[in-house]
Design a binder for this molecule. Structure first.
Ligand code: GTP
Ligand code: MG
Length: 194
């Protein structure tokens, strides 16, 4: 006795690997993303003073308080026109589709910090409109390079209502605790209000 077999099936399946991170670091090349993740987590990414040092996202586990933690993704740099393929393009942005909070890194010495923020946001929006709706934080980086006058000017810049703006320096440690606190609060809005 036997049952007659049926023809087999053949399928090609494409699997897409997406990183799972709680917060994603978004910024122009050289903004200080990798240096920041190396300061707030145990991640050891490549850091250099030329653009596009980071070619693939890196993950870092940030320890918070005594028993808590969250995962941050250090992303490759983003340029105006990335959604049209400029620079490294925005393929890697799919990795931040599942992050819950976006941290925009803007250099303290950049001429037009607000414009930079808007350009970055627009690139995310062009890739996928929902990305631009995620909770956001702005980190003004390399504050060790800013003199008192620049600090005063930066304080006056308003980015967007409800978006915390935190001056930081990975070189001196300024603002790093505040930034980690702000990330935690955005990730746990209810808990942190209690
Ligand atoms: N003075 C100063 N320099 C910094 C600070 N953070 C980063 N840098 C320098 O800025 C340069 C770029 O730093 P990275 O961390 O590689 O920048 P990135 O945003 O990861 O750059 P890409 O991966 O190319 O997009 C390096 O020379 C760093 O040493 C800072 O807080 N202060
Ligand atoms: Mg980098």
């Amino acid at each position: 006795m036997h049952t007659k077999g049926t023809p087999g099936e053949e399928k090609t399946i494409q699997l897409e690997l997406k990183l799972l991170a709680d917060a994603g670091l978004v910024g122009f090349p050289n903004a200080g993303k990798s240096t920041l993740i190396s300061r707030i987590s145990a991640a050891k990414p490549k850091i250099a003073d030329y653009p596009f040092t980071t070619l693939v996202p890196n993950l870092g586990l940030v320890r918070y308080a005594e028993y808590q933690s969250f995962v941050v993704a250090d992303m490759p740099g983003l340029l105006k026109g990335a959604h049209q393929g400029k620079g490294l393009g925005i393929q890697f942005l799919r990795h931040i589709e599942r992050t819950r909070v976006l941290v925009f890194l803007i250099e303290s010495t950049s001429k037009h910090p607000k414009d930079q923020f808007e350009v970055l946001l627009e690139e995310l929006r062009s890739f996928r409109p929902e990305l631009a709706k995620k909770p956001q934080i702005v980190a003004i980086t390399k504050m060790d390079l800013a003199d008192d006058e620049l600090r005063r000017q930066l304080k006056k810049v308003s980015f967007r209502r409800g978006v915390p703006v935190i001056p930081i320096s990975s070189a001196t440690g300024e603002g790093l605790k505040e930034l980690v606190d702000a990330m935690w609060k955005k990730l746990h809005p209810r808990k942190s209000k209690a």
